[in-house]
Design a binder for this molecule. Sequence first.
Ligand SMILES: *Cc1c(COP(=O)(O)O)cnc(C)c1O
Length: 390
Amino acid sequence: MSAAPIPYSRQSVTEADIAAVAAVLRSDFLTTGPALDAFERDVAQLHQVRHAVALSNATAALHLGCLAMGVGAGDLVWTSPNTFLASANCARYCGADVDFVDIDPLTRNMSVQCLAQRLAQAQRAGGRLPKVVIPVDFAGLPADLREMRELADRYGFRILEDASHAVGAWLHGQPVGSRWADATVFSFHPVKIVTTAEGGVLATQDDALAERVRLLRSHGMTRDPALMSQPSHGPWYYEQVALGFNYRMTDLQAALGSSQLSRLRQLRQRRGELAARYDEQLAALPLLLPPTPADRVSALHLYAVEIDDSRCAVTRAQAVARLREAGILVQVHYIPVHLQPYYRALGFEPGQFPNSERYYARAFSLPLFPDLQDGEQDRVVQALHQALEA
Ligand SMILES: *Cc1c(COP(=O)(O)O)cnc(C)c1O
């Protein structure tokens, strides 16, 4: 009998979480009730933002973020190629054009230098500037939002930060989402930091933006007389004032989220312990380990390593195959989005974003989740030592 396979990520659900969800099932509200309000307050408090709007998933939050920032046909949105598809697709939903800004090979996040160069170039050439830029906090490490804010103010774009990996992360002493972005999106999918099964939040300090996202979350419908154009027909009356969606989160999901968030400190501490053990036990291998800049605190969503091909004859494909044979279900984050057939059909080509492509060629993510046991992690480390032997 071989030991059970170890996934790269897995949710951590306690009896307290289950009790919180069961309590909602016995209550009057299964959706848009008090558990939803409480979850929104919890996220707003954690990230020190005025508004946290809970949505059905982070993809919906990115979509509504773009719409609320006025993205439409003929507009341009820039994001990182080293991300999940949704960071780019959200702009396409609005009919906008997408382009990418290559990553910094050290942080694996959108490079501020590349961004500044591309903006200056576009302006010099009289080309189009982006309406919205979507930096991604890859693996939970905040992107260079402070420097991007200066560029946003200079060139007039808005920042929609994709912090799907970064619940509980900090940058320059500020919680992610509290200071430099116009809006910040978090994901609560089971592989992420804490889960609501499916769920997303758009967080913002901007009252008008939050109001717009709340409206679009539920069909563009309002019962607020101040927003109506006709006199009320009676107590049943509502008006649709924009084309919205059903992107609501249920109270079952919200209750799970609040229960999970109440343990965030312990969950983050365990991720930190596991990451520190990897740092130590993998130091001698021909791998580049995740960066740990002193001015930011990663949420440690992923522990992504790169094979240092100047010191290692084993390819990434070989290493991943050997690890999977050993029951270590490593994953690769991310196939650069511009290489996907959908984006290739829009004109993108290999070679356009070389840092992302080089990173992709060498990277894989090791198991990292709070319930990973020391003994299981030892198995990962041992398998990795074997996998990298020529
Ligand atoms: C998971 C993820 C999303 C999408 O999140 P959902 O909640 O599943 O819609 C978007 N962007 C990034 C970077 C992600 O990792």
